[in-house]
Design a protein. Structure first.
Length: 246
């Protein structure tokens, strides 16, 4: 079984599909969690507090990190294999598109942008939230309009308002979200194609489903970032006095 997953082209694509499906489900969960920020900042903070440095959150973080690592390592291996075998066309498809999509020809580049965006996200949020709890270190100090405050690890709403009060950060995250959209529009349907759903009946349905999922994720994340930028001052003032439940 191990040789099949590491040496066989089909096995490698199966690993990519399984890890990709896991990551898409996590992204959908993360997007849903972020949308809470729009309706209730305290509700969003309660979720952040629940997903702090608890054993179950730490275990999920390790599993998530492993999923990301496996997905992108296998993506790199498959890209190299396909370059050697068929030039720049990454996936062997059983149903041909009318013209190869831009995303399918640039999945590695898109993947690199997604990884860089993930790194930025870890620096901005994870390092100031869960990592602070793990290390028992000092809370981050943030300042908006000359007002300084300690950002408690569970006060994600305050931190999000602070990060997205900077238009440069908003722009960088929007680039990340767009790259993720392109990556998912090809990756989601390819995931199903790998397990045998790519026939004349299912092909257009899978393409449509991939576009819908990717668009929902793009809009879900983007609307939170833009709204936090537009209302950062209001959100910042609102959450300055919030303290987690002990």
């Amino acid at each position: 079984m191990g040789c099949f997953l590491t040496n066989s082209s089909v096995g490698k694509k199966l690993v990519m599909s399984i890890s990709g499906c896991f990551l898409v489900l996590f992204i959908l969960f993360h997007m849903s969690m972020n949308l809470t920020m729009i309706f209730s900042r305290e509700g969003y903070n309660l979720v952040c507090e629940f997903l702090g440095a608890n054993w179950y959150a730490l275990a999920a973080t390790v599993v998530l990190a492993a999923g990301v690592f496996v997905h992108f390592v296998y993506a790199f291996i498959l890209t190299i294999d396909n370059y050697r075998a068929r030039g720049k066309q990454r996936y062997a498809v059983t149903v041909k598109e009318k013209g190869v999509s831009w995303a399918s020809k640039n999945m590695l580049v898109l993947g690199v942008i997604v990884i860089l965006g993930l790194g930025l996200h870890l620096v901005h949020f994870w390092s100031k939230m869960q990592l602070v709890e793990i290390l028992h270190s000092q809370h981050a100090v943030i300042a908006v309009d000359g007002v300084e405050a300690y950002a408690h690890p569970a006060n994600g709403a305050l931190l999000m308002a602070y990060i997205f009060s900077n238009p440069i950060n908003v722009a960088l995250y929007l680039v990340w979200f767009v790259a993720l959209w392109f990556h998912l529009t090809h990756g989601v349907w390819s995931m199903f194609q790998t397990v045998g759903f790519a026939n004349d009946t299912w092909y257009p349905r899978l393409k449509c489903a991939a576009n819908v999922v990717a668009t929902l994720i793009l809009l879900g994340f983007a609307v939170v970032a833009v709204l936090c930028y537009l209302k950062s001052g209001e959100y910042f003032t609102e959450m300055l006095s919030w303290t987690p439940e002990l």
